[in-house]
Design a protein around this ligand. Structure first.
Ligand SMILES: Cc1cc2nc3c(=O)[nH]c(=O)nc-3n(C[C@H](O)[C@H](O)[C@H](O)COP(=O)(O)O)c2cc1C
Length: 356
């Protein structure tokens, strides 16, 4: 790959990205009132567009007012007030020539009942993570096994939130199927022990994702983009491989490739790590079985890691480097020597300190 690929345009359906760099979705927990983020959190997103990121993701927005929320202060996008709050942010991102992407998720068993109106958590099966909730210091509560009503209600939450994103003018919507949250819980045998049509075979475990994608696509017009994020790891019990083998992972990617989606976002915590005991990394395993555009993320922090990651993907996303270094895109272009940031350094995201 020639060294300027990172700064070459990329055609994503009807959108031309000005380069291959995007701001990864980052939860900020700043939405204290009305599920609307703080102004400085909005400003941060606009500044990253101004600083030349071709694509800017929102934090993961929770999909309903029942049991989707996993952390205090998360945003929603279903009311007129929330739509009106996001619209100028989206416009400002677009005015800087960037694409605005709304990411949405339901936390499933990772939800924190205290911050959800319904005071319950739901999941494919009544299983808790082994580790405690780091925010409460207590075990996660045993979730209710989702009924068919719960499943339909959760799907509707994704649809309503996508509708909100379209009304706010977002160019793209991403369904967060990664990191051990609800969709990921259905996909993995680690969290899905159902014996109905949503459990068992890969196709059955995939059914919930399929229903969400189809339902969301029906409200996201053809001239907007729809993405799906996937990972082999979850934020709780991080050491667990969510998929049992390369074959299982690739079967899911094949199923996703049949869907009306426009790109796949593959999340890792180190893009270069080989997966499932193979000699291939996650992007390579994905590329092997799909023609969909691929975004890759995980420990991309300087020009060399960015170029290497892009060799197997179409777009690179960065979280911590773009969170903590407002000049990261320019620094990449200049080939500046840079180090990765730690998760501890990134914890500033959850405070009320405005980021440059
Ligand atoms: C503060 C912070 C918040 C995050 N919130 C989200 C999120 O809301 N949705 C998501 O899919 N990933 C989230 N992530 C994960 C990142 O998008 C990314 O996958 C991960 O940090 C690895 O990329 P990096 O090495 O560039 O930081 C978050 C990461 C950080 C540091």
């Amino acid at each position: 790959m020639s060294t300027d690929s990172l700064f070459s345009p990329f055609q994503l359906k009807n959108f031309t990205l000005k380069n291959r760099i995007g701001v990864a979705p980052m939860t900020r927990m700043s939405s204290i009132k009305d599920s609307v983020p703080r102004q400085d959190v909005f400003d941060f997103l606009v500044r990253r567009a101004e600083n030349n990121a071709a694509m800017v993701y929102t934090e993961a927005i929770v999909t309903d007012y029942e049991s989707a929320q996993g952390y205090p202060g998360q945003a929603r996008l279903t009311t007129q007030r929330q739509i009106d709050a996001w619209r100028p942010v989206v416009q400002a991102i677009q005015q800087h020539g960037s694409i605005a992407v709304m990411q949405m998720f339901h936390c499933g068993r990772m939800a924190w009942p205290e911050v959800n109106p319904a005071g319950r958590s739901i999941a494919p099966s009544p299983l808790t993570p082994k580790q405690d909730n780091p925010l409460t210091g207590k075990p996660y509560p045993v979730p209710d096994e989702m009924s068919s009503f719960d499943i339909e209600h959760a799907v509707n939450g994704f649809v309503e939130t996508a509708r909100g994103a379209v009304a706010a003018g977002f160019d793209a919507v991403e369904i967060h199927g990664a990191h051990g949250y609800l969709i990921s819980q259905f996909l993995s045998t680690y969290t899905n022990q159902r014996s109905d049509e949503y459990g068992g075979s890969v196709e059955n475990r995939y059914r919930f994702a399929h229903e969400i994608i189809r339902a969301v696509r029906s409200v996201v017009p053809d001239d907007r983009l729809l993405f799906f994020r996937i990972s082999n790891w979850g934020v709780a019990d991080m050491e667990v491989s969510l998929f049992e083998s390369k074959e299982e992972y690739q079967q899911l990617i094949r199923l996703l490739s049949r869907e009306p989606i426009d790109a796949l976002s593959v999340s890792t915590y180190d893009f270069s790590q080989k997966a499932f005991g193979t000699r291939q990394n996650m992007a390579q395993l994905t590329r092997e079985v799909t023609d969909l555009p691929i975004m890759i993320c995980g420990r991309i922090y300087d020009r060399s890691t960015a170029d290497n990651a892009l060799a197997d993907a179409d777009i690179i996303l960065s979280a911590k480097s773009l969170l903590l270094n407002p000049n990261w895109v320019a620094d990449l272009q200049a080939g500046k020597s840079m180090e990765p940031f730690s998760s501890e350094e990134a914890n500033i995201a959850y405070t009320d300190t405005p980021l440059p």
